[in-house]
Write a new protein. Structure first.
Length: 305
């Protein structure tokens, strides 16, 4: 137990797991605001994203990671995997997220990366999808045999009570030390980054499975103007390019009479206006760059580590 007079606690908590188990949803719930995009598609999260939450004397610094990619060994996936391995090497606590009641080869490959030096909590997420809770007991028993987990937390990232409980569980693993960020900071990422991520989220959500994961978003212009009059909001002027691999993908993004790209723009603008508390103008373009995800230099130039 900490000495009550010593004050602050602060530490790093990495959120890891295979694609689509709900890592980014969990991060947003813990931070209390959307800072990491989510969708039903793998490869939605492509960057290490840090989110902070300060509660009482404790500052939690959460790190969201891309799901570990094992399907294709292209340059983009190699970069995503490096991000995961880097994120778990130097943290105080790991939240290893799986879907409650399920453990596949893809889960196992992530678990193998974790080692045993850092306390690891098993998050059995999407509990709301489990019809028969009684079936979870033998599964948890089985999970106990797979790794020396510090704790087992069946929960739903969408349930605020579970999020509250998770804070209590994480807190004791964080060392006593001064906070790294100011109390009200939520993320280390910029508004420009959030803008490009939101475009990609709408793109992923508004296209079916026919649009391959090899599409990305590049911000060409990001300008901020102060409010024109007192009481008005500041203005963000944004131009972004959606980069795809083929002409057929370009047609898909643009949609019938440009209706899909228009919707991507509108939904991005509406959400960014809320999150950034600003007026937003956004202009979207589509460009074909075949083979970019296989090209080391291009992958880097598009902002991947
Ligand atoms: P990530 O790839 O691990 O970051 O997963 P995301 O956070 O992008 O979530 C993948 C999908 O799972 C999204 O459609 C989420 O809405 C959904 N999801 C996340 N958490 C839960 C949960 O607790 N219950 C249910 N039913 N769905 C969830
Ligand atoms: K996802
Ligand atoms: Mg994610």
């Amino acid at each position: 137990q900490p000495d009550a007079s010593s004050g602050q606690r602060c530490g790093l908590v990495a959120i890891v797991g295979k694609p689509n188990v709900g890592k980014s949803t969990l991060l947003n719930a813990l931070v209390g605001q959307k800072i990491s995009i989510t969708s039903r598609k793998a490869q939605t999260t492509r960057h290490r994203i840090t989110g902070m939450r300060t509660r009482g004397a404790t500052q939690f610094v959460f790190v969201d990671t891309p799901g570990f990619q094992t399907l294709h060994a292209n340059a983009l996936n190699r970069s995503l995997n490096k991000t995961v391995v880097g994120a778990v090497s130097d943290v105080d606590l790991i939240l290893f997220v799986v879907e409650a009641g399920s453990f596949t080869g893809a889960d196992e490959r992530v678990l193998k990366l974790l080692g045993t030096g850092i306390p690891t909590v098993l998050i059995a997420n999407k509990l709301d999808n489990v019809a028969r809770r009684s079936e979870l007991a033998p599964w948890l028993q089985e999970m106990q045999g797979r790794h020396a987990f510090a704790e087992f937390v069946p929960m739903s990232a969408k349930n605020p009570k579970d999020i509250e409980r998770l804070f209590g569980i994480c807190e004791k693993y964080l060392p006593e030390q001064a906070w790294w960020y100011s109390e009200d900071e939520l993320t280390d990422r910029s508004e420009q980054f959030l803008a490009s991520e939101l475009v990609r989220e709408k793109l992923f959500r508004l296209t079916g499975d026919e649009l391959p994961y090899t599409s990305t978003v590049v911000i060409d212009k990001f300008e901020e103007e102060p409010p024109a009059k007192k009481g008005q909001k500041r203005l963000l002027r944004i131009a972004a390019t959606i980069v795809v691999e083929r002409d057929s993908h370009k047609a898909m993004v643009i949609g019938d009479k440009g209706e899909r790209i228009k919707r991507i723009g509108t939904e991005t603008r509406q959400e960014l206006e809320k999150l950034a508390d600003a007026k937003v103008f956004i202009e979207l373009w589509v460009k074909v760059r075949s083979g970019w995800a296989d090209d080391e230099a291009r992958v880097r130039s598009f902002g991947y580590e």
